[in-house]
Write a protein that binds this ligand. Structure first.
Ligand code: SF4
Ligand code: SF4
Length: 239
């Protein structure tokens, strides 16, 4: 995103709408830090700029990845899903991404204020891939990988910044403790916040398979964890 300096009157309307603080004011001059801008489109849509000074410049690959991952109105080409380009593991009761007996995991990197560089997403992906996982194919982050077996991203994407990115995969339950250890180690190496989502299919007695596993690792599950009742129309049949 850019600001036409000849049109901008420095009213400051746009300043509060940037989720990553990429719009800067210096001596009354407002400008966008092009390197930090994640192309979310918020400033253009929300500022009500009195002179129409904010404009979206032409966006070629690889910069367009920023918009794909950050602008809720842009659809990810490989998944057909807008926003962050994935339905995530929480829709598993409909999509059947992982079966009973498996655990669905997602690592959500970046968020408002920090955003995330794709080089940091690669660090996390390469670290967890050592545990022998298959990254979810219907996910735009997986499509950014040159070699999904080792979590290696395409080189030209590493200098791109996005609002957030989600690594998704299904794993055998016994791998969870080691994966959480690895994520604790990698948090020292990445310059962003991240959260870890864990999902499993309830047992017939309504117990949750991953609760005991997580408790044994000494971690805790957020109080706002969700339980899907499975009322959607499943797209797959359970084996
Ligand atoms: S809203 Fe428009 S005129 Fe006001 S500071 Fe932002 S770009 Fe400049
Ligand atoms: S497009 Fe988004 S990230 Fe870029 S300057 Fe505007 S609000 Fe900030």
């Amino acid at each position: 995103m850019k600001i036409d300096k000849d049109l901008c009157i420095g009213c400051g309307n746009c300043l509060i709408y940037c989720p990553v603080d990429a719009i800067l004011e210096e001596d009354g001059v407002i400008d966008i830090d092009f390197n930090e801008c994640v192309e979310c489109g918020n400033c253009l849509r929300m500022s009500n700029c009195p002179t129409d000074a904010i404009y979206s410049q032409a966006m070629d690959y690889p910069r367009v990845i920023r918009a794909v991952m950050s602008d809720p109105y842009v659809v990810a080409p490989n998944t057909g899903i807008p926003g962050r380009g994935t339905a995530e593991i929480k829709t598993n009761d409909v999509t059947g991404r992982f079966k009973r007996g498996w655990i669905g995991m997602a690592v959500e990197l970046g968020r408002p204020i920090t955003g995330v560089w794709l080089s940091d997403v690669e660090k996390a992906a390469m670290a967890i891939s050592k545990h022998g996982i298959d990254f979810e194919k219907i996910n735009p982050v997986t499509a950014m990988m040159q070699d999904a077996k080792v979590g290696k991203f395409k080189d030209e994407l590493l200098k791109e910044k996005v609002l957030s990115a989600i690594l998704e995969f299904a794993v055998e339950p016994e791998k969870i403790p080691a994966l959480l250890n690895t994520l604790e180690e990698v948090q020292e190496e990445v310059n962003c916040v991240f959260s870890v989502d864990i999902a499993s299919r309830c047992n017939p007695d309504l117990s949750v398979p991953h609760e005991e596993i997580i408790a044994k690792t000494g971690h805790w599950i957020s109080l706002n964890a969700k339980t899907n009742l499975g009322l959607g129309k499943p797209l797959v049949k359970e084996d």
